[in-house]
Each structure stands twice: as structure tokens, then as C-alpha cells.
Design a protein around this ligand. Structure first.
Ligand code: NAI
Length: 336
């Protein structure tokens, strides 16, 4: 039986990196039927909708998506595609593994970084509830619920248990937001009791940011509400070489959408300069999700081998290869 997967190439560098990722997945020999669903700035502006019905229909059928970045139109008050997708499909867990890749020059050459970030994806200041209560006075509502906090905490601890991870650190600002972050923290503490073999720690977000830069190798699993998760994930991406190499997954009870952390990079779109590693590694996560562990390992190992060799790297990580040349090298390494 083949796997069915919705492929959303997106726009900007999206189609280039999506093509590279699809070539690598197909090279593993896994039987995947790609259902291509176009979504880009022009379609959003023309239809007036952030999420066209055909895209939701496809994801409701396949339950799995591989998504390139989509430009958010600045004018017209459109919601970001990602926020809309996460809310509509209830993709409550944003998962970002941040790992040192061999041969990538960073400021942290002498340490091995290997952390996984779990960010709550549906609430917090992303509730979109903003009001101008009187002229020039605006409030923006931070919504934290027990249901969502417990759900992301359970997801992170369960991942730790099933993936041989040792420590979960909850990151918060409960010293200031006593009610909102206090509830998030209570849910994390209660969940931690159900996983006694996993060490549980807490850090205030400002201190956590400093520790991440000073001692990134000491972090294992990070558990955060939405806004801190958003910021800390990009900080963490910077530790290992930037947005071009960090993958991501948006996981729900029924659906899963895999995508890179980066955006549509209009400054380099269409020039063959984009690094497809982030979307390729997101596709590796997708293969694991589909139960295709052998293919997932094969693709991960091939990407690491190309980095170790260092001959076909893109400009953002210090090389001179094009998107296509990097993809060729990965495909060749997969085929052995
Ligand atoms: P961006 O991530 O597109 O670009 C930031 C910088 O990183 C640029 O200099 C770009 O050239 C570089 N970069 C990004 N990905 C790269 C890659 N794979 N290889 C090499 N260099 C790479 O962020 P920006 O410019 O803030 O956003 C551009 C558009 O993307 C916006 O419309 C934004 O709304 C959208 N966006 C979409 C996302 C998604 O669909 N997942 C996520 C973030 C932004």
C-alpha cells in the first residue's frame, strides 16, 4: 500500500527546496503518492482566503503534508498560512530537533548540540485577540489553558520516554505572568510525575536564553508555550548554522504537517541558492512518522554524509553548490 502525502511546494524558494526533498524521499524507494496542492501569495490574494478548500480536502484525505514556505501577504489583514493551518487542523505540537551537522561551521565548533524543542502551537499570544480599548491603548490577550498545556507536556514527555531522552526542561515566565505561565508550569509539573524516569527541570525564559548560548550542549528536551517557543527555536537554529538546516513538524491527533522553520526567502528565490536541508530533514521526520524507519535513517545518513564530505554544500553553510547540486549529492548517497 502506498503512502499518500499532500505536497505543498509554497512560493519563493519553496518549489526549489520541495523538489529537492521529494527527489531524496523518492530515492529511498518508499512508495509515496504525492498529492500536489499549490498555495502561494498570488492564490491567497486572488481567492481572498488563507487556506483554500482543496488544500484542506487534500490534507483531510492524506492526513500527512510536506510543506514549503508560503509568503504571507502584507496587505489585506491575512492571517499567516501556518497559524491558520495549525488552528484549523489542531496541529498542537510544534517539534523542532536542533542538531549539530558535521562540517557546518558555527560559533560552537567544539560542542555537540542535540536538543528537541516542543512548542505549544495553538494558543498563548497567538490567539489573535487584540483590542484597542480606547484610542492608542491596545491589549493583546495571552490565552493559556489546562487542556492545551497538558497536551503539549504529555507529548514532550512521551517523546522523551520513547526516544531515550533523559531531561525535560519547561521554560516560562511564571515569576511575572503568575496566572498564565503559572498554569502552564503546573501542568508540566503534574505531567512530569507520570514520567518518573525522565528528569524534570524549569528555567525562566530569559535565563534559558542565556544558558542556551553559554551551554547549548546541556539541553535535551525543551518544553515551551507558543511565543517563547517561537523565539527560542530560532535562537537554537542559530546555534547549529541557521534556518537553512533546521527541520520542523506540526503534529496533531489526526494530522501532521512537516515543514522547515525558514520562510520563502524572496531575496534568493529562483536563483538555485536555497539550502534544501531543512525541508529534507523535515521529510526525514515525515518518513519516521509514516513508520518508514529504514528509509528515514537512510536519508538522514545520506544528508550527514554529504555534509561530512563538504564538497556540495550551499552558500549559507559556506559552500558553492546550487540547490540542485546538493540534492544530486544526497540522492547519490542514498542510492549508495
Ligand atoms: P526567511 O526565513 O524567508 O529569510 C530570512 C533569511 O534567511 C533570508 O536572508 C534568506 O535568504 C535566508 N534563508 C531562509 N531560508 C533559507 C534557505 N533554505 N537557504 C538559504 N538561506 C535561507 O524570513 P523572512 O524574510 O522574514 O520571510 C519571508 C516570507 O516568508 C514572509 O512573507 C513570511 O511571512 C514568510 N514565512 C513563511 C513561513 C512558512 O511558510 N513556514 C515561515 C516564516 C516566514
Amino acid at each position: 500500500m502506498p503512502h499518500y502525502c499532500t505536497l505543498i511546494p509554497g512560493d519563493g524558494i519553496g518549489p526549489e527546496v520541495a523538489q529537492a526533498a521529494v527527489r531524496a524521499v523518492d530515492a529511498t524507494g518508499v512508495d509515496i503518492v504525492w498529492r500536489r496542492a499549490e498555495l502561494n501569495e498570488a492564490i491567497i490574494l486572488e481567492s481572498g482566503k488563507t487556506l483554500p478548500q482543496y488544500l484542506l480536502d487534500s490534507l483531510n484525505e492524506t492526513k500527512v503534508g510536506l510543506k514549503g514556505p508560503v509568503t504571507t501577504p502584507v496587505a489585506g489583514g491575512f492571517q499567516s498560512v501556518n497559524v491558520a493551518l495549525r488552528k484549523t487542523l489542531d496541529l498542537f505540537a510544534n517539534v523542532r530537533p536542533v542538531k549539530t551537522l558535521p562540517g557546518v561551521k558555527t560559533r560552537f565548533q567544539d560542542v555537540q548540540i542535540d536538543m528537541v524543542i516542543f512548542r505549544e502551537n495553538t494558543e498563548d499570544l497567538y490567539s489573535g485577540l487584540e483590542h484597542e480599548i480606547v484610542k492608542d491603548v491596545v491589549t493583546s490577550l495571552k490565552v493559556i489553558t489546562r487542556v492545551a498545556s497538558e497536551r503539549i507536556a504529555r507529548y514532550a514527555f512521551h517523546y522523551a520516554r520513547t526516544n531515550g531522552r533523559k531531561t525535560v526542561v519547561a521554560i516560562h515566565k511564571a515569576n511575572i505572568m503568575k496566572l498564565a505561565d503559572g498554569l502552564f508550569l503546573r501542568c508540566c509539573r503534574e505531567t512530569a510525575k507520570q514520567f518518573p524516569e525522565i528528569q524534570y527541570k524549569e528555567l525562566i525564559v530569559d535565563n534559558a536564553s542565556m544558558q542556551l548560548v553559554m551551554r547549548p550542549e546541556t539541553f535535551d528536551i525543551l518544553l515551551l508555550p507558543n511565543l517563547y517557543g517561537d523565539i527560542v527555536s530560532d535562537l537554537a537554529a542559530g546555534l547549529v548554522g541557521g534556518l537553512g538546516i533546521v527541520p520542523g513538524a506540526n503534529m496533531g491527533e489526526t494530522h501532521a504537517v512537516f515543514e522547515a522553520v525558514h520562510g520563502s526567502a524572496p531575496d534568493i528565490a529562483g536563483q538555485g541558492k536555497a539550502n534544501p536541508t531543512a525541508l529534507m530533514l523535515s521529510a526525514v521526520m515525515m518518513l519516521t512518522h509514516l513508520g518508514e524507519n529504514a528509509a528515514s535513517h537512510k536519508m538522514q545518513n545520506a544528508i550527514e554524509a554529504v555534509y561530512r564530505e563538504g564538497k556540495y554544500l550551499t552558500a549559507d553553510v559556506g559552500g558553492t553548490a546550487s540547490t540542485g547540486e546538493f540534492a544530486d549529492a544526497v540522492v547519490k548517497a542514498i542510492k549508495g
